[in-house]
Design a protein around this ligand. Structure first.
Ligand SMILES: Cc1cc2nc3c(=O)[nH]c(=O)nc-3n(C[C@H](O)[C@H](O)[C@H](O)COP(=O)(O)OP(=O)(O)OC[C@H]3O[C@@H](n4cnc5c(N)ncnc54)[C@H](O)[C@@H]3O)c2cc1C
Length: 401
């Protein structure tokens, strides 16, 4: 390894270029890379390279001559464990500022304020259908008043609550709780900070020639304003938003998986939210929404409105399986849309400020995985290596059920 003292100014503003091999994600590990960081991040970068088994060839404040150094696609901070690797993502000899990783803070996230043995009793404020005429099934938006609890039941975007339906199971025991993703921001739909909303699909399936309806989802879809409901939680830290106002957020949702995405998008683009939350999102958000029919799209008017108001910050891509065709003439599923936009999705993911969120029925995971594998391969990356690294860097968030 050659370490040059360089001809820098001697001030802390100097930029250093590190040439490294065996460091990074996927093909990056097989290539030599030049990583330019400010002096303050140099030591952390060197430590991080050592920790990750990389080999430093050159450290220099001089320009490192362009040689046969690979320009392999960079997935910055997919391996991030600290700030150095954030900087390490910038494979460049240009003295441009390196993008920072948008981290997710788990601090001050409330968890299990109410447990099943002593649940909070919420009051139904609203319960209405989210579906348009001709839709399949039943999906409702349900709001509960949380006022009066001690402690006050509060939550942040990306969390879930538990609902214990009234009644007893076949053995005569009280029903167990079911989890539901929260669909309102921490301020609630009325901005007063004391309500929570859910987006609930009534489970319905056929068994032995009979139609079976889910216990809790039916209970929720049937309750009326004024009814009392046992609520637990909140729970969950998997789907939290990064605090960085310049983060980029890719959202992959099917059906009621839209619930957490609605909270993010309201937080980002709803005027009353922006006024109140003081969090002025300036990054880019891209929602991929899968539904069987247009009539089954949830909160579609709101999202169309955000797109018209924030065209530079919000993209909304729909996959409507029974109405649209994919390139092979089959039904258009969300994974087909991911494949269509693979190049762009991966260039977003290369930015360490990008987070990806997936939510919906568990069945969506293999399709998305397949699409990401193909999309990554087109960029010379191995998704099976990359995904756990993105996960470890807390940039790949999945909640399926
Ligand atoms: C973190 C998390 C978040 C969630 N968020 C939401 C949300 O936002 N919105 C939402 O609607 N749901 C959400 N769910 C799902 C929710 O918790 C319930 O599982 C769902 O509402 C069904 O509960 P139920 O009481 O109506 O059904 P149950 O009466 O409990 O019936 C479910 C059972 O029926 C059986 N079953 C289901 N489908 C079939 C089938 N096709 N064939 C045969 N048997 C079948 C299975 O044994 C299954 O366990 C979430 C789940 C989790 C874990």
């Amino acid at each position: 390894m050659r370490v040059s003292r360089g001809k820098g100014s001697g001030s802390d503003d100097r930029l250093f270029t590190v040439v490294v091999e065996g460091f990074g994600v996927g093909q990056q590990r097989r290539a030599e890379r030049r990583i330019t960081v400010p002096f303050q991040q140099l030591q952390t970068l060197i430590q991080s390279i050592a920790r990750n088994g990389g080999r430093i060839l050159v450290v220099s404040a001089d320009a490192v001559p362009d040689g046969p150094i690979s320009q392999a696609p960079a997935i910055p901070s997919a391996v991030a464990e600290g700030p150095a690797e954030t900087a390490a993502g910038q494979v460049s000899t240009n003295p441009t500022p390196t993008p920072k990783t948008a981290t997710v803070s788990h601090a001050a996230v409330p968890v299990n304020l109410y447990k099943p043995k002593d649940p909070f009793i919420g009051t139904v404020v609203d319960n209405y259908s989210l579906l348009a005429e001709g839709a399949i099934g039943r999906v409702n938006h349900i709001t509960f008043d949380l006022a009066g609890g001690n402690p006050q039941l509060h939550y942040v975007e990306g969390q879930s609550i538990g609902i214990i339906p009234d009644g007893a199971d076949a053995a005569g025991k009280p029903h167990k709780l079911r989890l539901y993703s929260i669909a309102s921001t921490r301020h609630g739909d009325n901005m007063a900070g004391s309500t929570v909303s859910l987006c609930v699909r009534q489970l319905e399936y056929e068994k032995d020639g009979q139609t079976i309806y889910g216990v809790c989802s039916s209970f929720l879809c049937d309750i009326k304003p004024g009814d009392k409901v046992k609520i637990t939680g909140p729970v969950g830290k998997e789907m939290l938003l990064p605090e960085d106002e310049e983060a980029n957020v890719i959202m992959l949702a099917t059906g009621t998986g839209i619930a957490p995405m609605r909270t993010y998008l309201r937080r980002m683009f709803e005027p009353s939210e922006r006024d109140k939350n003081g969090w002025h999102f300036r990054g880019k958000a891209w929602l991929f929404m899968g539904a069987p029919k247009t009539a089954n799209l949830l909160y579609d008017d709101d999202f169309n409105h955000y797109q018209s108001q924030y065209p530079d910050n919000f993209r909304y891509t729909k996959a409507i399986s029974r109405e649209q065709q994919n390139s092979k003439g089959g039904r258009m599923y969300i994974q087909d849309r991911v494949l269509e936009h693979a190049e762009e999705i991966f260039s977003w993911i290369e930015n360490p400020q990008t987070h990806v969120y997936m939510c919906g029925l568990r069945g969506m995971e293999p399709g998305i995985d397949e699409a990401m594998t193909a999309a990554a391969a087109a960029k010379g990356l191995d998704w099976s290596e990359l995904r756990p690294q993105l996960k470890k860097a807390e940039r790949w968030h999945v909640e399926t059920y």
